[in-house]
Design a protein around this ligand. Structure first.
Ligand code: NAP
Length: 271
């Protein structure tokens, strides 16, 4: 039986859940691609490749060489470059692609958000001597805060930073290492332990990183929120379940057929 090869551009819970689900389908072969920024990522079922493709041309070549039948762009909403490259490369290679574009968060009563357009703007939006500030925008988004020597920062990253990655970071910076999803109790504890006065984050959307915003609301902590970039060009769906439905509707593969019908296929976090 000919295998239908699907490339998942990953790095998110949706990408992981999709790989776990699709890897159990009869006639389907899944390749998950990750940028390679996290030293020990959670490994999904199916094949895993790590590192960039080498821009649009590199990805287009990969699609041809690997005989990819369809691409699911399950990258993070802020990974705009990869999504744009996927849209262009797939159009040129005539490979169908869908982008998972989860809904962003919106403030509700009790939230105190200051919305900004970029991380650089977020660093300038913090008031003078703001107090301990929790940074949750990722390890590559710390250097823009280096000039704020009036503030002490607490940054959450999945893994410790290398020596090279620590160059040019704020002088007063404490790290906590953890991988989402995060629950409300631990987010409250973190805010209390570090006496957090402000939070800086990106409007990633989704449930996994939302509890910190509930914790901020109940503690009266203001949040500097970086607005999300524009949605990628082309077809976007809300979540992994809709991406699976698209595969079936587009006739790429039958996403209902399991390799072993008596086996339970893990659904993962499909939101
Ligand atoms: P980006 O700026 O859109 O991408 C920069 C370059 O990294 C791309 O041009 C591509 O290199 C490579 N790349 C990105 N995602 C890749 C993937 N899944 N597989 C292979 N190469 C990939 O991306 P980013 O914001 O740095 O994010 C990098 C990865 O971390 C993404 O996979 C994303 O899902 C994940 N992530 C990002 C965030 C965030 O806040 N940005 C948060 C959580 C997870 P080439 O041009 O050489 O192909």
């Amino acid at each position: 039986m000919t295998q239908t090869r699907i490339l998942i551009l990953g790095g998110t819970g949706e990408g992981f859940a999709l790989a776990e689900t699709l890897a159990g389908r009869r006639g389907v072969e899944v390749i998950t691609s990750m940028a390679g920024m996290t030293p020990a990522p959670k490994t999904p079922l199916g094949s895993l490749r790590r590192g960039g493709f080498g821009g649009v041309d590199g990805l287009r070549a990969f699609l041809g060489l690997e005989r990819i039948a369809a691409v699911i762009d399950a990258t993070h909403p802020f990974a705009s470059q990869m999504s744009q490259n996927a849209a262009t490369a797939c159009a040129r290679a005539r490979v169908p692609v869908v982008h998972i574009w989860r809904a962003g968060w919106s403030p509700v009563a009790g939230d105190d958000w200051r919305e900004v357009a970029s991380i650089a703007e977020a660093a300038d939006a913090l008031p003078r001597r703001a107090g301990p500030t929790f940074l949750t925008a990722g390890k590559t988004q710390l250097a823009p805060f280096a000039h704020r020597d009036d503030i002490s920062f607490v940054a959450r990253t999945v893994a410790p930073l290398s020596t090279a990655e620590r160059i040019g970071l704020p002088a007063s910076l404490t790290f906590v290492h953890d991988r989402g999803p995060f629950d409300l109790a631990s987010e409250r504890r973190l805010l209390d332990v570090h006496d957090i006065a402000w939070i800086v984050t990106k409007n990633s959307g989704g449930p996994a990183a939302y509890p910190k915003l509930i914790a901020a609301r109940t503690r009266g902590i203001p949040v500097v929120m970086v607005r999300r970039p524009d949605a990628p060009p082309g077809l976007c769906v809300d979540d992994a379940a809709a991406a699976l439905a698209w595969l079936a509707d587009a006739g790429v593969c039958d996403t209902n057929t399991t390799a072993n019908p008596t086996e339970t296929v893990p659904s993962g976090d499909l939101t």
